[in-house]
Design a binder for this molecule. Structure first.
Ligand code: PMP
Length: 349
């Protein structure tokens, strides 16, 4: 770092995104992307929108919020669009950071980074021995809460009744439910936003809507919380969602059936992969997201990662002590997963 960097950032450790390797013919299953391309409508919409790039984009993302609201049965006023869901999460940490945050010790790695960035106190609550969230740990905790549901990298979802108990028992704190993977399993908390003024749900187009590269996410909450988010947005970057991405998102929502059929294929392939891994003696944790979290007594997590990489298959490994024997495997096409299983068989035999 330079000697000019502000003191308050001098000890900051940034988030490490999953690798985007440039190797040809790679089976890239490390960052939870959909293996299928966006719908044809998306590229046509982006092309058309590109003709107006001389103009600033719509700061309200009006058409996109209207289409999304209709799709999710939520009033557009209760939605804010952001540059990936990382941005809505960042806004929320920034807006509500006067109070400490609580979240699971094993979850999305950005939560601790946002706390460090905004100097927010936080408590990491240990997952149970089966790497699940114990809802009782969050009942009446009196801190702001962030829970990824389904959680990552475990792939386990909490039932909606538990989420509701957590939200209801912390009325003076914000509860953020990060639903990045909800289209692959679990029950959404969107239906609760009118009942609980302290609830915000965040979502992304990066996973189930195959738009990771376009950077599109959103938050859903009552108008007051959305006004808080708008305050931060308009104080940082009013044009946070560019016009190409707005066009891509709108076309994606309009062709939602295509994406839901992609999600169905992922769920089928996930079931195949989980049972094939179990047949090979692996312990497989959750089956609610578009990835599996798997470990084996026959090979360490790190060795499996390296050996798969030699075969041009990239999965995600985390070095935290409790999960270092696991790898997170994003579900790909059936063909990709058959190749993965075949490779693992060769590696461990
Ligand atoms: N939440 C969770 C749980 C995630 O795994 C991710 C993906 N890295 C995100 C949020 C952010 O995704 P994006 O910014 O691409 O919407």
């Amino acid at each position: 770092m330079s000697r000019f960097l502000s003191q308050r950032f001098s000890t900051l450790t940034a988030y490490t995104p999953g690798e985007q390797p440039k190797i040809k013919n790679i089976i890239k299953r490390n960052t939870n992307e959909l293996p299928y391309p966006p719908s044809e409508a998306v590229s046509a919409a982006v092309k058309e929108s590109s003709e107006n790039l001389n103009r600033y984009c719509d700061i309200g993302c009006t058409r996109l919020r209207e289409a999304l609201g209709a799709n999710l049965k939520v009033a557009p006023e209760k939605i804010i669009m952001t540059n990936g869901s990382d941005e809505i999460l960042n806004f929320a940490f920034m807006a509500y950071g006067d109070k400490p945050f609580a979240f699971p010790d094993i979850s999305y790695g950005f939560y601790t980074v946002f706390c460090a960035l905004h100097k927010i106190a936080y408590e990491e609550i240990p997952l149970n021995d089966e790497l699940g969230i114990n809802p009782e740990d969050y009942i009446g905790i009196g801190k702001n809460i962030v829970i990824a549901n389904p959680n990552a990298p475990t792939g386990l979802a909490l039932p909606l009744s538990d989420i509701e108990r957590i939200v209801a028992s912390n009325p003076d704190n914000i509860v953020i439910i990060d639903e990045a993977y909800i289209d692959f399993g679990g029950e959404s908390a969107i239906g609760l936003i009118d009942r609980y003024e302290n609830l915000m749900v965040t979502r992304t187009f990066s996973k189930s809507f195959a738009l990771a590269g376009a950077r599109l996410g959103f938050g859903i909450a009552n108008e007051k919380l959305i006004a808080d988010m708008d305050l931060i947005k308009f104080s940082t970057n009013p044009y946070n969602v560019n016009s190409l991405t707005q066009a891509a998102g709108l076309a994606a929502v309009e062709t939602a059936d295509y994406y839901m059929s992609c999600c169905d294929k992922i769920k089928e392939t996930r079931a195949y992969t989980a049972s094939a891994l179990r047949e090979l003696g692996f312990k497989v944790i959750g089956e609610d997201a578009n990835f599996l979290f798997a470990s084996s007594d026959k090979i360490s997590g790190e060795e499996l990662l390296t050996k798969l990489r030699e075969r041009a298959i990239i999965v995600r490994h985390f070095s935290a002590e409790r999960i270092k024997n696991y790898n997170r495997i994003t579900i790909g096409t059936r063909e990709q997963m058959e190749t993965l299983i075949k490779s693992i068989k060769e590696i461990i035999s």
